[in-house]
Design a protein around this ligand. Structure first.
Ligand code: M6R
Length: 366
């Protein structure tokens, strides 16, 4: 069942070129330059005219929602709020006509997410589900939606479901932005082709598994890790930290890189590995100077970088290169080495990475 792999988690990480391809297949056509989505097309008007999008999710799915916030606001100029479903359901949230509520969930059974959308639905909101498990409770409750088509995810740590969520959310944002006219045809076609190129780029990243494994072995005894990113890669820093916590039981925190000066920099000493998610984008100079500051305080710098980026390779103690991509699409690539890093650290500690202690695959009770 594990297809020759030692753990489901590794199998699911390695499957990603296929699962992302499956998610795009039949929807994104790079030759024709089109995106067709059965669950979106009939409701396109509702999305282009939305006054606001509220994304509800938990855990890793919430991180996918955060990436989507940046992407939707950039491409569609629609205000987006991303909320922990557990917080949304217990406060008295403002839900207006014209709001679109998006629920993001691998399992489609997460109790907080389910109850949050039930509540929003009762108040008249339009519910759009982005779910992996076909026929699950959240998919049945939604008015419309798009499946992520990642196949069953067995490892407790979400990996392939996360990248499929990103792929679906990005397709929707690109589609809505073009339909709305907030992006022009040139940018639209560029993003369609960049998204279509992701499976092959993920395949290329997976070829560096062994290097990532040896980096993992170097840092496996650290007590804490800090993950920093900016812009589209900020949520990937959060996701990298969550993966490490779950799988290796090492304390890890993710922050927007600029926040380090507002507190976390106090943690930096020669024992602290700091993972920068620093692919080439508009924030590159800024994050580079953040990394220099960590280095000056003797922290260990591990950096996810765009291939051939010498700026970081001379500074970092270890680099995790990924192929170059448009900055909006880059999170789909930068997530992969961080999944592998967490996996190999947990593995080298002899832990049960598929079933970390205290965790359940889906949290169906609050
Ligand atoms: O099934 P869901 O996507 O609704 O699950 C949400 C979280 O419970 C889930 O992402 C959790 O954080 C994972 N263990 C992360 O790896």
């Amino acid at each position: 069942e594990k297809g020759g792999f030692e753990h489901f988690m590794l199998k699911e990480i390695v499957e990603q070129p296929t699962t992302i391809f499956d998610c795009l297949r039949g929807r994104l056509d790079t030759k024709e330059g089109s995106i067709r989505m059965g669950g979106v097309d009939p409701h396109l008007d509702r999305l282009t005219k939305a006054d606001r999008i509220v994304i509800l999710a938990c855990g890793t799915s919430w991180h996918a929602g955060l990436v989507a916030e940046y992407v939707f606001e950039e491409l569609c100029r629609i205000p987006v709020e991303v909320e922990y479903a557990s917080e949304f359901r217990y406060r008295n949230p403002i839900i207006r006509e014209g709001d679109v509520i998006m629920a993001v969930s691998q399992s489609g059974e997460t109790a907080d997410t389910l109850v949050a959308i039930e509540m929003a639905k009762r108040q008249g909101a339009f519910i759009f589900g982005i779910v992996n498990v076909v026929g699950s409770s959240i998919s049945r409750l939604s008015h419309a939606g798009a499946y992520t088509h990642a196949g069953p995810e067995i490892g407790v740590a979400s990996t392939k479901a996360f990248t499929a969520q990103l792929a679906v959310l990005m397709m929707i944002a690109i589609k809505v932005g073009f339909a709305k006219g907030t992006i022009d045809q040139k940018r639209y076609l560029h993003l369609v082709s960049e998204l279509g190129a992701v499976p092959a780029k993920v395949e290329a990243i997976l070829e560096s598994k062994d290097q990532i494994r040896s980096i993992a072995e170097t840092f496996r005894d650290a007590r804490d890790f800090l993950y920093l990113g900016r812009g589209y890669n900020f949520p990937i820093a959060l996701e990298g930290a969550l993966k490490l916590k779950e799988i290796s039981y090492i304390h890890a925190e993710g922050y927007p890189a600029a926040e380090m000066k507002h507190g976390p920099i106090a943690l930096v000493d020669e024992n602290l590995p700091v993972v920068f998610v620093a692919t080439k984008d508009a924030y590159h100079e800024k994050i580079l100077s953040n990394a220099q500051e960590i280095k000056a305080r003797k922290g260990k710098v591990i950096a996810v970088i765009s291939e051939g980026d010498d700026a970081f390779s001379s500074l970092a103690d270890a680099t995790l290169p990924v192929p170059a991509a448009d900055e909006l699409i880059a999170p789909l690539l930068s997530a992969i080495p961080l999944q592998l890093l967490a996996y190999y650290i947990g593995h080298s500690k002899g832990l049960d990475v598929d079933k970390p202690r205290n965790l359940a695959k889906s949290v169906t009770v609050e």
